[in-house]
Design a protein around this ligand. Structure first.
Ligand code: HEC
Ligand code: HEC
Ligand code: HEC
Ligand code: HEC
Ligand code: HEC
Length: 238
């Protein structure tokens, strides 16, 4: 083929390489995410009505620029790669709809250096630590005792409860905390002061797994719906 014409020959090899890259980028890469997609679980509680793009917004740059950036990363020219196709769904994304000024455990607070040790045990700077998506759940933590990581030395002055906090903590009763306190402090309800009035552990467990809310159906802040979020997005763009 192309006898005596090295230029045609090089062009031929060049286009073969082009086709190979095309096959990898346009067929194999999407297949990998297709596989991920098929193995995904159902949406979490409350997210059933959201469309995929409410969380998976298209990444910046076209596919070619994304590939370039990732190749550059592979060879050390860039510190971080870029996400193919869509941006990473991170805490910032969640806060676009779930920003609650009253959160008693806001993710940003735990960026402070003094929480470094606690964060090594439970990374409270990221929603994802406790709310992994596509799991048909509300909270993914294996149990309700994670308060211990930060409140192990808690002292409550003028303690109003019948079995004082100091005693609960001395006896390592860490699963009782959620039976009286919600985590974010967003429910409107009266905190129990007697152990006999607490929410049962089985109801708490069912709630964490995605079931009925045992604290209250009243909340101080509701998340933005997809329509409300769309409007906010449009305002940013102008
Ligand atoms: C409430 C937000 C949210 C919605 C809505 C959502 N996802 Fe996700 N999805 C996530 C999070 C969080 C992850 C894991 C972190 C990540 O990959 O960025 C994820 C991961 C994935 C992944 C694994 C690959 C990857 O990028 O890590 C796929 C594929 C995916 N989602 C597809 C979908 C599809 C399809 C829909 C619509 C049916 C959808 N998602 C709706 C939040 C969401
Ligand atoms: C486009 C807006 C939007 C985005 C983005 C979003 N959510 Fe939601 N989320 C909602 C809506 C709306 C509900 C349903 C609220 C309801 O049923 O009252 C909800 C429900 C929830 C619930 C259950 C609330 C309950 O009633 O118990 C959790 C937990 C939650 N979202 C966490 C997250 C996390 C973590 C992320 C980021 C991965 C995220 N959300 C991203 C809008 C959003
Ligand atoms: C350290 C674990 C942890 C982290 C980090 C965390 N959550 Fe939660 N979240 C919980 C637990 C536990 C509950 C159930 C108790 C409650 O309702 O407060 C919950 C409940 C919720 C609810 C339903 C109750 C409500 O407040 O309306 C929403 C919505 C929610 N989380 C969103 C988020 C978002 C968004 C982030 C990140 C900005 C986040 N969470 C970070 C543990 C966590
Ligand atoms: C990553 C660390 C961390 C974890 C985990 C954690 N907390 Fe906290 N919590 C804090 C910090 C920090 C404060 C603020 C203390 C202060 O302002 O003095 C706080 C405050 C509180 C308050 C008082 C809020 C107020 O407004 O007075 C309650 C109640 C509370 N936490 C309950 C819990 C419960 C219940 C759990 C487990 C389900 C938990 N916390 C898990 C760090 C944590
Ligand atoms: C029987 C219900 C009950 C149980 C169980 C309980 N608490 Fe409390 N807690 C209260 C009440 C009531 C207050 C007073 C303030 C209020 O109303 O929120 C309080 C106050 C607090 C405060 C705020 C302290 C301050 O000085 O402002 C923190 C933090 C706290 N609890 C954490 C915990 C942790 C961690 C656990 C698990 C070991 C726990 N609580 C178990 C009912 C309870």
């Amino acid at each position: 083929m192309f006898k005596g014409n090295p230029l045609r020959r090089r062009q031929y090899i060049g286009s073969l390489i082009g086709i190979a890259i095309g096959v990898i980028c346009y067929i194999i890469l999407p297949m990998k995410s297709a596989e991920d997609f098929l193995s995904l679980g159902p949406m979490n509680t409350g997210h059933q009505d959201l469309s995929c793009v409410a969380c998976h917004t298209p990444a910046k740059g076209n596919l070619f620029q994304q590939i370039q950036a990732n190749v550059a990363k592979t060879f050390g020219a860039r510190k971080s790669g870029v996400d193919f196709g869509t941006e990473n769904v991170d805490t910032k994304k969640c806060l676009e709809c779930h920003d609650r000024p009253n959160d008693r455990h806001p993710t940003h607070r735990f960026l402070e250096a003094k929480y470094q040790d606690a964060i090594a045990k439970i990374d409270a700077t990221q929603c994802e630590t406790c709310h992994t998506e596509h799991n048909d759940t509300r909270v993914v933590l294996p149990d309700a005792t994670f308060c211990v990581n930060c409140h192990y030395d808690l002292e409550v002055v003028n303690d109003p409860i019948d079995v004082p906090h100091s005693k609960l903590i001395a006896k390592k009763q860490w699963s009782t905390c959620l039976q009286c306190h919600d985590f974010h402090g967003n429910h409107i309800y009266k905190t129990a002061t007697k152990i006999k009035d607490t929410i049962s552990l089985s109801k708490i467990d069912a709630y964490l797994k995605g079931g009925k809310d045992p604290f209250s159906d009243k909340k101080k802040y509701l998340p933005l719906s997809e329509e409300e979020w769309q409007k906010v997005k449009k305002k940013y763009k102008k």
